[in-house]
Design a protein around this ligand. Structure first.
Ligand code: ADP
Ligand code: CP
Length: 320
């Protein structure tokens, strides 16, 4: 029988919540690994996709700060590749440590992954993806005057630099990723949404953008024919009327219901909305697929149908 296959997208709080030091990020990832290993033990193949917004923005700033003739600044796509290597290295260490502790004999491997995007994607003329640290409005406006960078307000949390975020088209390494996971390895791939590249007759060219990791995880889940897309973030459930007195959590919800909730503007743009859209795109073409949105702490319960928001094409099971 074909083993179950799951793509897990990890939200920002799995790696960094404020403190950008290597120690703090590695510690956060060790806690993340403790939770992830609970699902790795079960009889499912797991591919892990992570974000990179804070990290890739910081790497870009470091490049500019140290720029000289001898040490030229690297472009954003190359910074994206650096962030994949850095986070994959930390996460691989963290997962391997927990596996060793629990005597689980699996290997964990990180794949530097390129994502093909369309050079005519309208996103190149409308930067929306927040990266790097937060600024006050005054600082952001000053930086916008002094540099060519664009800054926007990020979901009520402060101002951040924004860069183009084109839609994922295809993943160059997906067959390798699939064969590694089929061989029993834990695979970390498509980090930070993948390194954005444009494909032409001449070959591949990196482009200055950061792809949304939830859309990238959805693309990977489709390409490797996964049955489950798990999106982990800071909340246990998706809510309607989020943060209002009449807030209501969604336990099991269909595509039609979610599309209606989108029309009623229940999901914030740039935070929950892309997760909902990724989940819908994944489950809509195939009734056997499901998507789950929940927190890292609840992921094990969610896979047992006891927590989290379960998204299916048609009516799904209710919570046990
Ligand atoms: N309707 C909603 N239901 C639940 N959370 C929501 C909703 N609308 C906005 N959010 C917010 O979206 C956040 C997830 O988005 P974000 O922080 O950008 O994701 P990530 O974990 O990938 O970094 C949640 O932690 C929550 O604060
Ligand atoms: N690439 C990406 O979506 O990163 P974040 O999840 O950190 O924003």
């Amino acid at each position: 029988m074909e083993r179950r296959k799951m793509v897990v997208a990890l939200g920002g709080n799995a790696i960094q919540s404020g403190d950008a030091t290597v120690k703090a990020q590695q510690e956060a990832l060790e806690q993340t690994a403790e939770q992830l290993v609970k699902i790795i033990q079960s009889d499912v193949d797991v591919i892990i996709v992570h974000g990179n917004g804070p990290q890739v923005g910081n790497i870009l700033l470091q490049q500019k700060a140290a720029e000289s003739e001898e040490t030229p600044a690297m472009p954003l796509d190359t910074c994206g590749a650096m962030s994949q290597g850095m986070i994959g290295y930390w996460m691989g260490n963290a997962i391997a440590k927990v596996l060793r502790k629990q005597s689980i004999t699996k290997d964990v491997v990180t794949i530097v992954t390129r994502m093909v995007v369309d050079e005519n994607d309208g996103a190149f003329n409308n930067p929306t993806k927040p990266i790097g640290p937060f600024y006050t409005e005054d600082e952001a406006r000053r930086l916008m005057k002094e540099t060519k960078a664009v800054f926007k307000e990020d979901a009520g949390r402060g101002w951040r630099r924004v860069v183009p975020s084109p839609a994922p088209v295809s993943i160059l390494e997906y067959k390798v990723i699939d064969s590694l996971v089929k061989d029993g390895n834990i695979v970390i791939a498509v980090g930070g949404g993948g390194i954005p590249v444009i494909q032409s007759k001449e070959g591949l060219t990196g482009t200055e953008a950061v792809i949304d990791k939830d859309f990238a995880a959805q693309k990977l889940a489709e390409l490797v024919n996964a049955d489950t897309l798990v999106i982990l973030t800071a909340v246990d459930y998706v809510y309607v009327n989020f943060n209002k007195p009449n807030q209501k959590r969604l336990e099991s919800v269909t595509v039609d219901e979610l599309e209606q909730y989108i029309k009623e503007q229940h999901f914030a743009e740039g935070s929950m909305l892309p997760k909902i859209e990724a989940a819908i795109h994944f489950v809509k073409p195939n009734s056997a697929r499901k998507a789950i949105i929940t927190s890292l702490e609840k992921v094990y319960e969610a896979l047992e149908g006891k927590a989290g928001t379960l998204i299916s094409k048609e009516e799904g099971p209710v919570h046990k």
